[in-house]
Design a binder for this molecule. Structure first.
Ligand SMILES: [Cu+2]
Length: 656
């Protein structure tokens, strides 16, 4: 097994104050010291206490104009947004903490019914509460389960479906699903006890009730994946080592990365995890901006089983849980290969304890096959270039599932976002001989329901400047006519999307649809507006019906492309607080205003989904499925920007 090499480059996070000041930047995520300071200020001003919990504390990013004019070493403001929940009073607040002036500058109560995201501590507290409950122990007994310690209690966000019992009104709820292990390291997902759902009030941390459903026996087979359970591993694999004898080609200064003409900043929030800022490309000495900010800002995993105990399974893993909070420390296991630079980011728990997440984000280079090649068959002249890409990534574990988020930078000016889905599928039990209409039997009597993983990327383009427009391009074949007598004519029709409602679009493989983000005031030498192309990858429509209650909160999934005027407060596709939101918020709500979106500062939202029809081969741990999109130059450069990539060294082992 190849072990990733960790190196520390000459630069960041060193204690010399003068150097670290110069490396600090207004977009840097809050440091551990700043998080601790924020917690202390909140405590001094009595905004945290026994009954008040901290859902999150994140940097309030300064205005774009301040970032554009920021000069190194010049002092800047640092403000934090804390989301607080008073369990006793059953209200939540947003508090703005000024870290420079050391004060809380505003406290705003959240509207009633709106819940902050679920805190990590609530998961374990919820599990312990359920285990201790006599109701739960009685329900287990009824099912022949004798050891409550072997039961995995998986708290799921309860959502809001409009049919909640009046007793539940105003409560902060979770619905826990149960699985049972045969021993402590056994894969519990092989044995779902899906004949009961435990409803928990997180304010009082008590079991409200246990919903009972028809009982299915536990599936008979284990589904173990840990190495001690795999007796016959293949033995014919020879080592592959990634060798970079002169080190990597990137440099890191603070949170700024430079590589192969690219420059960008690495950020991290408790909600989105990895965030990229101020992405630019050095084009012959001119630093040309491309994206001001890029992140995966929301996702939802709607499950397609209409059963009473299942229809509320619709996890908004970013807005309801927070992927940054669930990020892996990448030193565990072998996630990356080669010479790796790791970024550490601190996290704060609901009690205000700050802990560093070591190796949260991985930065490394990869060989990526051929960049370009041509052989002149007449002269025998042949040129080939290897493609090198820079990968920036993090991985989050959300209960049973893993999501890897990768951003790649290429030498031809392209950026790619790729999401890797792996981990263990959520399962339900079948009676012998039973088949589900809404899932696939992946092991005897073990059903994996149909579901979708739908992601929303929020891109703030800055293609050669702040004012951009989006143009949709549809290609089509023209009917045979006098001007097209041979029926072979193709046209690429461009449509400028001028308003928010015009800009609600879906992918269409029949017209090979893509979108160009252009700067209308900057023309290339061929007279066209410079642009970058949003190239969709795998995608699918959401299958929930438009009137389905889940679509109130997951309304952003109704379109694949949305364009809105850039508004810093409009950050997340399903709104700021999707957890139990009664009406839903976010893109469908904001775009009702039908604001103008051409030749202005915009946010471009790309929504993309993986439709998961499970396979037996996805069990017990699903081999990675990948989906994503690309952002490729389209008339941005005068010609291929990759021509100056040198050929591999003559003695290179790759060419023979
Ligand atoms: Cu899946």
């Amino acid at each position: 097994m190849a072990i990733p090499t960790e190196i520390k480059l000459d630069s960041p996070k060193i204690s010399d104050a003068s150097i670290s000041n110069a490396l600090e930047h207004p977009l840097d995520p809050l440091s551990a010291a700043e998080l601790e300071q924020a917690v202390n200020i909140l405590a001094q001003e009595k905004h945290v206490g026994d009954s008040i919990r901290i859902a999150s504390i994140n940097l309030i990013e300064p205005a774009k104009s301040l970032i554009e004019n920021h000069a190194r070493g010049v002092p800047f403001q640092r403000k934090a947004l804390a989301v607080l929940m008073d369990r006793g009073k059953r209200v939540s607040y947003e508090a703005v903490v000024d870290l420079v002036n050391q004060s809380v500058t505003s406290v705003t109560q959240l509207p009633s019914g709106v819940q902050p995201s679920i805190m990590l501590d609530e998961f374990s507290e919820c599990e312990q509460t359920v285990r201790r409950s006599p109701l739960f122990q009685a329900a287990l007994k009824k099912r022949g389960v004798t050891d409550a310690d072997l039961v995995m209690v998986e708290p799921w966000s309860a959502g809001q479906y409009g049919n909640e019992s009046p007793d539940d009104k105003g409560l902060r709820r979770m619905r826990a699903l149960c699985f049972v292990r045969s021993e402590p390291r056994d894969n519990g997902y092989a044995r779902p006890i899906d004949s009961m759902v435990i409803v928990v009030d997180l304010y009082k941390m008590e079991v409200l009730r246990i919903e009972e459903y028809p009982m299915a026996p536990l599936p008979p087979e284990p589904g173990n994946w840990a190495r001690e359970y795999i007796p016959n591993m293949r033995k014919d694999l020879k080592p592959v080592d990634i060798v970079q004898p002169e080190g990597p080609s990137f440099t890191v200064e603070g949170n700024q990365v430079e590589w192969q003409k690219w420059k960008f900043r690495v950020g991290f929030t408790s909600r989105e995890g990895l965030v990229l800022h101020t992405i630019s490309y050095n084009d012959d000495g001119v630093e040309r901006p491309i994206l001001y900010r890029a992140s995966i800002c929301e996702m939802v995993v709607p499950y397609g089983d209409p059963g009473e105990q299942y229809y509320r399974k619709n996890a908004f893993d970013i807005g309801e849980y927070g992927l940054g909070m669930l990020a892996n420390s990448l030193s565990l296991g072998c996630d990356c290969l080669g010479i790796i630079y790791y970024f550490d980011f601190p996290l704060v728990d609901s009690h205000g304890k700050v802990t560093p997440l070591k190796n949260a984000v991985c930065l490394h280079e990869e060989d990526f096959g051929i960049l370009w090649k041509h052989t002149d068959w007449r002269t025998g002249q042949s040129e080939v270039r290897r493609s090198r890409r820079l990968s920036v990534s993090f991985i989050a574990t959300v209960g049973n599932y893993e999501y890897g988020f990768y951003w790649y930078f290429y030498q031809d000016g392209s950026i790619q976002c790729e999401i890797k889905l792996t981990g263990i599928m959520n399962t339900t039990a079948l009676s012998p001989g039973e088949k589900s209409q809404h899932g696939v039997e992946v092991a005897p009597q073990l059903n994996a329901p149909f579901h979708q993983h739908i992601f929303a990327a929020r891109l703030v383009p800055s293609v050669d400047g702040p004012n951009n427009s989006v143009v949709e391009v549809n290609s089509l074949g023209l009917p045979t006519s006098e001007s097209n007598p041979h029926g072979n004519a193709i046209v690429a029709q461009e449509t400028l999307l001028t308003t928010e409602q015009e800009a609600q679009r879906r992918v269409n493989s029949a017209s090979a649809r893509f979108w160009r983000v252009v700067n209308p005031s900057k023309k290339n030498r061929l007279g066209r507006s410079v642009g970058y192309r949003l190239v969709p990858g795998e995608n699918c429509p959401v299958f929930a019906q438009p009137e389905a209650p889940i679509m109130r909160r997951a309304g952003f999934t109704a379109n694949h492309v949305w364009v809105t005027p850039y508004t810093p407060q409009e950050r997340y596709a399903a709104g700021e607080y999707p957890n139990q939101h009664p009406t839903g918020d976010g893109l469908p709500n904001w775009t009702k205003a039908n604001r103008k979106v051409d030749d202005t500062e915009i946010s471009l939202w790309y929504v993309f989904g993986h439709n998961h029809v499970p396979r037996p081969e996805d069990w017990p741990v699903m081999p990675v499925a990948m989906l994503g999109f690309q952002f490729r130059p389209d008339g941005f450069f005068e010609r291929s920007p990759a021509m100056d990539v040198p050929p591999p060294p003559p003695k290179s082992t790759c060419c023979h």
